[in-house]
Design a protein around this ligand. Sequence first.
Ligand SMILES: NC(=O)c1ccc[n+]([C@@H]2O[C@H](COP(=O)([O-])OP(=O)(O)OC[C@H]3O[C@@H](n4cnc5c(N)ncnc54)[C@H](O)[C@@H]3O)[C@@H](O)[C@H]2O)c1
Ligand SMILES: O=C(O)C1=N[C@H](C(=O)O)CCC1
Length: 316
Amino acid sequence: MLSLRPPHTTFPRTSQWLRWGRQGGAAAPHCLGATGPGSVSFPILVNGCTGNMGLSVAEAAVLRGLHLVPVSFSSREKVKRTIQVGQTDIRIYGPSAREDVLSSVADEFPDVIVLDYTAPDSVNSNAELYCKLGLPFVMGTTGGNRQLLYKSVQDSKNYALISPQMGKQVVAFVALMRIFGEQFPGAYSGYHLEVLESHQASKKDTSGTAKDVIACFEKLGVPYDMNKMVKIRDPEQQLEMVGVPEEHIEGHAFHLYHLTSSDDSVSFEFQHNVCGRSIYAEGTIDAAIFLHRKVQSKDSKRIYNMEDVLREGYMR
Ligand SMILES: NC(=O)c1ccc[n+]([C@@H]2O[C@H](COP(=O)([O-])OP(=O)(O)OC[C@H]3O[C@@H](n4cnc5c(N)ncnc54)[C@H](O)[C@@H]3O)[C@@H](O)[C@H]2O)c1
Ligand SMILES: O=C(O)C1=N[C@H](C(=O)O)CCC1
């Protein structure tokens, strides 16, 4: 089996960390001032605050000077709890209250942007509800029926930014791979692709980012059977084989794509490895600011992705 470990496995821990984990840690202090080019503040509702990404995004929103709407939702009915983020106590509601609560939010905060970090099996029902209530949303949650997701937004004429990957530097890498495929279709015909991805054990689905990158390899002439993807969720393997720093076993996204010519004489390797979640949280806030601007200016496009965000200068 291929290893995600860098070639210099004898490097001491710190060097390995520097090579692999630079993107983890505290929220970057130097991204786009408080709220991007020109200062804005508007309400943000984070759906999924009970989870890892939801909480990270809510914290990043507060740090960037946005106004957190003090409600969020859970997949379970019997939740009676609040979560404190900064100075805000966020009340968590069960699924049966979703429509009423969201509809009041839409009335009270007409310029609200919803950020969704829930679960793959909630993607479509959540999106449909946001569309029904005319709530613009950023869908960071992966999985679900993606075709249906786009169709719901198109049919409703709602505003949405959809991306399985909010880390701007990773988005730029995926964009490069897309352009690569468009510029040189079939250039790697006959090559063989192997893909490994490693995420925290709680991740339910296959990496959405890996799926997007694989689509680019397919344009380059390399077919790939998604069932062959090696998905690593076992913490022991992650430590021993992948080389994930121990402190990031609960939050990491390591990816390796290995391309080999048919006679094994040529090979290529591409990797993107993220420790922690700050890269996604920061990118999500940039996405929210971008979407808020598009809604305010009544932009005609209505459905966006993270490449659109990067193109408008949100790349630090
Ligand atoms: N776009 C990106 O850059 C990016 C980055 C990281 C994670 N993700 C995706 O975000 C999603 C969440 O990841 P996570 O690591 O935070 O997972 P998590 O399991 O830590 O959190 C998900 C939370 O959502 C809650 N939830 C489930 N269904 C819900 C519903 N219908 N309504 C409200 N809450 C609901 C769960 O109870 C849980 O607390 C996954 O799909 C993951 O792949 C995307
Ligand atoms: O931690 C996760 O879950 C992640 N999900 C996204 C994906 O599936 O591509 C982005 C990376 C982190």
